[in-house]
Design a protein around this ligand. Sequence first.
Ligand SMILES: Cc1cc2nc3c(=O)[nH]c(=O)nc-3n(C[C@H](O)[C@H](O)[C@H](O)COP(=O)(O)OP(=O)(O)OC[C@H]3O[C@@H](n4cnc5c(N)ncnc54)[C@H](O)[C@@H]3O)c2cc1C
Length: 453
Amino acid sequence: MTAPERVDVCVIGAGVAGLRTAQQLAERGLSVRVLEARDRVGGRTLGGNLCGQAVDLGGQWLGSGQTRALALCEAFGLHVYEQYTDGRRLMEIAGRLRGYEGTVPPISLLGLVDTAWGLNRLNRAARSVDPAAPWQAADAATWDRMTMEQWMQRTLHTHGGRKLMQSVMRALYCCEPHEISLLSVLSGVSAAGSLETQVEVKGEGAQRFKVHGGAFQIAQHLAQRLPPGTLTLDAPVHAVEQSESGVTIRHGRGELQATRLVVAMPPAQAARIHFGNALSSARLQLQSRMPMGSIIKALVAYERPFWREQGWSGEVVSDQGPFGPIADATPPGSSQGFLVGFFDGAHSRALAGVDESLRREAAMQSLQRYFGPQAALPIGYIDKDWISDPWSLGGYAGFMAPGTITTCGHALRAPCGRIHWAGSETALRWIGYIDGAISSGERAADEVAALSA
Ligand SMILES: Cc1cc2nc3c(=O)[nH]c(=O)nc-3n(C[C@H](O)[C@H](O)[C@H](O)COP(=O)(O)OP(=O)(O)OC[C@H]3O[C@@H](n4cnc5c(N)ncnc54)[C@H](O)[C@@H]3O)c2cc1C
């Protein structure tokens, strides 16, 4: 019997975070092996094909402040272009569908004042939260006991303001406001700069850019740059054992020994690996208290971008859904028109695991309500049910329920002996975004390299 292979570092997970970790460690001369459960790289970034065009079924937008992701695109020769925004936006709140221009939503004056006041308070509170240690904020205990829903009920006083904030929370965190801790939201807002930065498209907005040919290519380029033999696909890791001298990793294709291990995935995924007694109790608690958001992403193709001809930008926010938010996803130079949209939060859970035709029907009904009868005549549809994917369990990211950050949040990045953690959930900037996945990989690589010197 041959002895199991030994490397300096094993990385579990070939999403953007794991690949960036491996690339950075390999560049420093360490021997690295990446084990990936799926038959592909990219994790929560994924390419699809709609009417002959490459589309993103997972992460896609980049913001101008997401400098790491933009720098990688440049290094890989991937060009970015601006999200289409010409024309009027649509908003459906409390049963009323209305068009508007600019960034001021078409709700009552009282609702606007209410929302502006709420936004201001949320951003101000977020400024006192350090994403590296949110449990240290002066009001951390109070904010972590409270759900976002409770905060909305206390702070917002109009129906319109609350409905708008509910839609924003679904769109950003893929959960219902009663599921997420206020402190978790504040930490995410702080790590992005402001709530406006998270929701906006223009300027500093996180939805400003898209990658020509798809953001899923970032992971592919990272993988291509790894030394030959570094990456093993179809190798789900099921058990890890830690000793004084190293770590033994048992996976679908055998066994591997490493001096250190980087687990590059959301805590909810890590919870499915058996770690024996290698993890701290805080880490075990964290893994069972950080669920994934609920999201299904879909793209619909039409002969022409007919909404543009009617003066619409394609952007829709709706509290009714179930399909929405929506944005224009027409590939540059194409005569066809594409829309991208999401079933998020409770809307997505009702449609997860069912036949695709039912989701398609639900999407069509929403689109006809927004854009009229022309929306009933698509030439193509594709979707990705992330909730039912056993190697993601949802998206965009894991979030923290009340009482998690202040009790076990400190275990998110803290190594457990030779076991280190990466993944977009562990980022200090742009938590839950592609850019956050990249920086988390860089941080984990620095951590391991410093201990391997
Ligand atoms: C629908 C959707 C839309 C999004 N939109 C955006 C966007 O527009 N902009 C943006 O910046 N971000 C977006 N995101 C978020 C972004 O895609 C993720 O935050 C990022 O890709 C996460 O990368 P990661 O490497 O941290 O984790 P992952 O991509 O989840 O990688 C983890 C890897 O670990 C593997 N794995 C899991 N368990 C095991 C195991 N036991 N053994 C071996 N391998 C295992 C998984 O297969 C996966 O490949 C979106 C996400 C989704 C789902």
